[in-house]
Write a protein that binds this ligand. Structure first.
Ligand SMILES: NC(=O)c1ccc[n+]([C@@H]2O[C@H](COP(=O)([O-])OP(=O)(O)OC[C@H]3O[C@@H](n4cnc5c(N)ncnc54)[C@H](OP(=O)(O)O)[C@@H]3O)[C@@H](O)[C@H]2O)c1
Length: 338
């Protein structure tokens, strides 16, 4: 395993994303949450992964609980990163939420506490004051942000009067927007990008097509719409060709392309232990300059199509899904009492 070292913190270039743990939107079922998730975390730690990323929002705390159970006897081996969902991100609320996250994770302190999304209403200065206070109290070691523009990230740092270690953002071969500003600044200043959805939610594995679209949330996301699956074909063809050259898989090449950038950590999710193992192996895969150039060129030609009609339909479907899940959650106790 390779590590990124910044400000005395050592992060494995391949981390583990755990949105999948206990989250119905991934459709992985109970067995996955109860058994597979612990096996995935333990195998990750055995292979030198230390970055485990979760969030209070994943499965309404179920992901944090599953991670907590898995790391119980191995706390010292983990750099635990979780996120606060920014509804009213002011001091008493954030303090309470951080305590609850730490308790679900079974830890005394959270290694990296990230603001999941910017809040457009509450001033960032108030949120960062709360984060600073959590750091002083020892409940939080490092502070991070997620889905922040570069300007907001820099503002967050000014308000904290300290280092905001990382920004967790979407980065993969089909979404390279951060290369315009965030990535150069990260490299120049010794911060870290934590790249989420590095496999475009599994699409870059090359397993999905118009005739084979995964269920759950992914059926509604832009990348898995039939016209976009067609547009991604040249990228996937390149991944397959380069994979063959190295005796690797397209997934491993897609991850190796990201971590060829300095100060970037990827946090792929995994639906099985074997996927996790394959993802970790990509840290050893040395792509050639020609490979990287080919992937840069082919991916710069990718444009996601999201016409207004498509966006509207997907928005409505996703809204329906969310409302029905929320209703289900709150009416379950009533139904079971009947
Ligand atoms: N901060 C944020 O707003 C934000 C947003 C999204 C995600 N995240 C974080 O980032 C993590 C990763 O992102 P993500 O889950 O959206 O997408 P991802 O990591 O790009 O895709 C994960 C999926 O890809 C497939 N996969 C993984 N390894 C594979 C392999 N070796 N071979 C073939 N397929 C493989 C699996 O799905 P199948 O096997 O079912 O195809 C897996 O569930 C999340 O778990 C979460 O921690 C953060």
């Amino acid at each position: 395993m390779r590590y990124v070292e910044v400000h005395g913190t050592k992060l494995s270039v391949i981390g583990l994303g755990t949105w999948q743990f206990g989250s119905k939107e991934w459709n992985y079922g109970r067995g996955y949450e109860e058994r597979e998730s612990a096996a995935i975390v333990n195998q990750a730690l055995d292979l030198g992964v230390n970055v485990i990323d979760t969030a209070e929002a994943y499965g309404w705390g179920r992901s944090e609980r599953a991670v907590g159970r898995a790391i119980e006897s191995r706390r010292d081996e983990v750099f635990i990163a979780t996120k606060v969902f920014p509804v009213m991100p002011v001091e008493p609320v954030i303090r309470d939420r951080a305590r609850r996250s730490a308790s679900r994770l079974g830890v005394q302190s959270i290694d990296l506490y990230q603001i999941h999304w910017p809040n457009p209403v509450v001033p960032l200065s108030m949120t960062m004051r709360a984060m600073s206070s959590l750091q002083r109290s020892g409940l939080v070691k490092d502070v991070g942000v997620s889905n922040f523009s570069l300007t907001l990230w820099q503002q967050a740092e000014r308000f904290l009067s300290g280092n905001v270690l990382s920004n967790q953002v979407r980065y993969n071969l089909l979404d390279r927007r951060i290369e315009n500003d965030i990535l150069p600044w990260t490299e120049e200043t010794g911060h870290v990008v934590i790249a989420y959805s590095p496999l475009a939610q599994g699409l870059l594995s090359g397993r999905y097509s118009r005739d084979n679209i995964p269920g759950g949330l992914r059926a509604y996301t832009a990348a898995f719409q039939p016209q976009n699956l067609d547009r991604a074909k040249p990228v996937i063809e390149s991944l397959k060709r380069i994979a063959l050259e190295h005796g690797a898989t397209p997934t491993q090449v897609a991850l190796a392309w990201i971590i060829s950038r300095p100060n970037v950590v990827v946090i792929p999710g995994a639906s099985s232990v074997s996927q996790l193992r394959a993802n970790v192996e990509s840290s050893q895969l040395g792509l050639t300059d020609d490979n990287i150039r080919e992937l840069n060129d082919v991916s710069s030609g990718y444009r996601s199509s999201s016409g207004l009609t498509g966006q509207f339909t997907r928005g409505v479907r996703a809204g329906q899904l969310l409302v029905s899940r929320t209703l289900d959650r709150y009416t379950r106790p009533i139904k079971s009492a009947w």
